[in-house]
Design a protein around this ligand. Structure first.
Ligand code: NAD
Ligand code: SAH
Length: 426
């Protein structure tokens, strides 16, 4: 680990010697991020973040590197910390420090104490804007650093669970600044949560285990955006997918999409593989572990490591053994074993590289433009959750289509008139 070694740049990364590899990989990711590239080029000219301190708490990946570089091009004084102890790509962290002069505090596999210390370091930067992924930095600010609240212009939140936490803060009257809801932009969750999580979750499972998915009975817990993508891609690889839900509408949707739907208690003895993507707590619990098949594989791709009750599993287990990277076998007193991937943390970011760059291009375009919107509206927005403006969302989609070389139709004058009138019926 190198701490504070680069000239005058504070950082905590694994090894600055990894920078050349990081550089190569960041460049590769850039091929699939044309929308963010255009935004970065504009930021470089207009410098919207001159004099603004930004803290980004995101997965430190090749894609996040492009966001950090775009913010820096826009004049921001920013630092980057990890939003998850297992997702950091150490070569990327090294490259951002060594080649781009961006302070990074993130090491793959850091313990919870280090993770929390990095959150404190981020707040020591006295941010004006917080880019959060799960709301850990904002929650810490609100709880522990009230004296800094007056520095804050706003926050932009990346993920579903972060939005849930921000809503809870608003309800409790403790959120005193505006929050941009990046997750709910159409060009974010339609693509990132669905296609990104769908592909990268299975990528993580395959990299961790090398199992064949064809013919495997696979439970997907939660049929929200992430669950739909995961179930769709698991089926595409030949898995026999069962969905569990608590929402009757989502459950009907899953049924009509052709999946079997049943409670976890019924699914537990049937499946070879379990994937949780609910954002909820203890979706797989001791009573489920007890009836699982010997060698069943369990993993999570939702926020935080609480969807699977690993504490109870650990307490029951007579032995916990590393059997492959990111793969641990828990032996139960019954003689059966349960295999847990990625310590119950997001498997797509722990064992694979997270979402592919092409979807993060749109997610991070929303982040970059969300930050710019906050700066442009400094002092004008009441505390609350704000959608990314619809025209920004559409512009991102337009730019993405353009970059893909795809044209679409435009309304004719006759069509405009028709859809705006109520007089012409059947
Ligand atoms: P969502 O709200 O669209 O879907 C969650 C679904 O889980 C809902 O349909 C809900 O009814 C269901 N659910 C809740 N409790 C349940 C339970 N006990 N059993 C079964 N189903 C239950 O949210 P989403 O956008 O799909 O996100 C899900 C989680 O994944 C969030 O924590 C989010 O932050 C995270 N996320 C992860 C990634 C990733 O890279 N792995 C990407 C985006 C979002
Ligand atoms: N702090 C939370 C993070 C939630 S992760 C935790 O540790 O559980 C979910 C978010 O990760 C998604 O909203 C998605 O946008 C983001 N993500 C997925 N792949 C990524 C990638 N390649 N680079 C950066 N962020 C990514």
């Amino acid at each position: 680990m190198t701490a504070t070694a680069a000239p005058q740049l504070k950082h905590e990364v694994k090894d600055l010697a990894l920078a050349p590899l990081g550089n190569q990989r960041i460049e590769w990711a850039g091929r699939e991020m044309p929308v963010l590239k255009q935004i970065r080029d504009r930021f470089a000219k207009e410098k919207p973040f001159e004099g603004i301190r930004i803290v980004a708490c995101c997965h430190v990946t090749t894609e996040t590197a492009h966001l950090a570089i775009a913010l820096k091009a826009g004049g921001a004084d920013s630092i980057l910390i990890a939003s998850n102890p297992l997702s950091t790509q150490d070569d990327v962290a090294a490259c951002l420090v060594a080649d781009y002069g961006i302070p990074v505090f993130a090491i793959k596999g850091e313990d919870s104490e280090t993770y929390n210390r990095h959150v404190q370091i981020a707040l020591d930067h006295r941010p004006n804007i917080i880019i959060d992924d799960g709301s850990d930095v904002v929650a810490t600010l609100v709880k522990e650093r009230k004296e800094q609240l007056s520095d804050i212009i706003g926050t932009t939140e990346e993920t579903t669970t972060g939005i849930v936490r921000l809503r809870a803060m608003l309800n409790d009257g403790v959120l005193s600044f505006p929050a941009m809801n990046v997750n709910d932009a159409d060009t974010k969750h339609f693509f990132d949560n669905r296609y990104g999580t769908g592909q990268s979750t299975l990528d993580g499972i395959i990299r961790a285990t090398n199992v064949l998915l064809a013919g495997k009975t696979t439970v997907v817990a939660g049929y929200g955006w992430c669950g739909k993508g995961t179930a769709m891609r698991a089926r595409g690889l030949g898995a026999n997918v069962i969905v569990t839900e608590i929402d009757p509408i989502k459950a009907i949707e899953a049924v009509m999409d052709g999946f079997r739907v049943m409670p976890m208690a019924e699914a537990a003895p049937l499946a070879d593989l379990f994937i949780t993507v609910t954002g909820n707590k203890h979706v797989i619990r001791p009573e489920h572990f007890e009836v699982m098949k010997d060698g069943a594989i369990v993993c999570n791709s939702g926020h935080f490591d609480i969807e699977i009750d690993l504490k109870s599993l650990g307490a029951k287990a007579s032995e916990v053994k590393d059997v492959r990277p990111f793969t641990q076998q828990y032996k139960l007193p019954s003689g059966k074993s349960v295999v847990v991937l990625g310590e119950g943390r997001l498997i797509n970011l722990a064992a694979a590289e997270g979402h592919p760059s092409a979807v993060m291009d749109m997610s991070f375009a929303n982040q970059a433009l969300g930050c710019e919107y906050l700066v442009k509206n400094t002092g004008k927005l009441e505390p609350g959750l704000y959608s990314i403006p619809a025209e920004v969302d559409k512009d991102i989609a337009r730019l993405k289509l353009q970059a893909m070389g795809i044209q679409i139709d435009t309304l004719t004058a006759e069509q405009v008139e028709y859809i705006n009138s109520w007089t012409s019926g059947t």
